[in-house]
Design a protein around this ligand. Sequence first.
Ligand SMILES: Nc1ncnc2c1ncn2[C@@H]1O[C@H](COP(=O)(O)OP(=O)(O)OP(=O)(O)O)[C@@H](O)[C@H]1O
Ligand SMILES: [Mg+2]
Length: 442
Amino acid sequence: MKPSSSLQKRLGLGLTLGTTLLWLAATVGAWLVVQHELNEAFDSALEETAQRILPLAVLEISNRENPSEAQHVATLKMHKEYLTYLVRDAKGEILMQSHDANPKIFNQQPAEGFSTTKKYRLYGASALRETVFIEIAEPLEHRREAAREALLALLLPLLALIPISLLGTWLFVRISLRSVLAYRRAVETRGVGDLSPISGARLPAEIAPLAEAVNHLLERLRKALESERSFTANSAHELRTPLAATLAQIQRLHQEAPEGPLRVRAAKIENALRELARLSEKLMQLAKAEGGGLLSETPQDLIPLLAHVVDEWNNRSGHRIKLQLPNQTCVYSTIDPDAFGILLRNLIENALKYGAADQPIDVSLTEQAQLRVVNSGPAVPQSVLQHLTERFVRGHSEISGSGLGLAITKTIVQGVNARMKLFSPATGRKEGFEVCVWLPLA
Ligand SMILES: Nc1ncnc2c1ncn2[C@@H]1O[C@H](COP(=O)(O)OP(=O)(O)OP(=O)(O)O)[C@@H](O)[C@H]1O
Ligand SMILES: [Mg+2]
């Protein structure tokens, strides 16, 4: 599956790119308008100046003794001229020029109106029935500089806009998605057996229906699981009494039957019935483990519970179990005492059943509520070990069993948010089997 990309990243990049492109388009548009208006303003100033100078020049020329003689207009103060002009007659003879004027930059023949050369913008006007022409030149560099500065002023804010937009979108999306992230966390931190509805309050309208659909699904799942569990529990429970009655009857038949094939057959039926009773007991345990309610409201001290169960088994098994308790007097855990009892019984039962008969079984509890049950015996291959906690999976053993003990243990461990690990060979040994459970500390 393709890794899903972050909405925050996509929106951040997309919006920033979009805003940048729009800004660039707007900048180009604004710049073109500004350039047009600037040209208009400069042109009108150029025209105005020519129209002002022309009548003065005509007056001056007509007052001269020799009007066709070219004349430089004297300056009051030396300065670099921004606008230069030439006054010429119709043949192009210069009659007057401003002191900085360079005749080479002007048109060869005087012309009226605006024209543009490589470096100058020119404007020409005439007087006295086109016998006197004035041409005025303005360097284009000035206009270009103004246009450049306008463009820069429009573009500069973009430099700040990009990071602000990225950061702003990122923050805004993050804040807007807070409820979605909280929802995700609520789903993630859920215990395995917790199928109660997940609160989708304050979720955005686009996602709220999804949360509702998930809750519907959870509800249907919960109902299906509940009916499955109650069926298992009820049938196991209902089987108990008839099984016990039949077992009693068959025991009597076994005792009363004469030596011979009938007695052997009665013994076989008795064994089969015992197996059946054990299976129904395990099924009830599994139903309880899956039914939830594995955590108790008040923390329980595990030490007396552990000591009690070990005592019980020691009395039955000829004191093979060695119990090792932590130095401190109490180890409080949130696990339900009944669930702890079921877990422990299954582990000890296995150790007694599958461990080497002449070796002791070590049961220990640490201050950190770490429970270990270790027995001797041949090591179990890793490939088999991995699957032992699945339902109805058994190792290669002659001893009868239903393959539910470790599945029940695992279900309880998951239901209390704890951890369990199987080791074979046992830690620090060359053989044996070890089950390690990290129970929830209160
Ligand atoms: N302490 C142990 N030492 C060696 N093998 C074990 C030990 N505990 C479990 N096993 C192996 O794991 C298998 C599964 O154990 P589990 O308790 O789930 O089922 P079971 O003991 O066969 O049947 P049930 O417990 O339902 O009566 C067992 O068949 C056995 O092969
Ligand atoms: Mg077992």
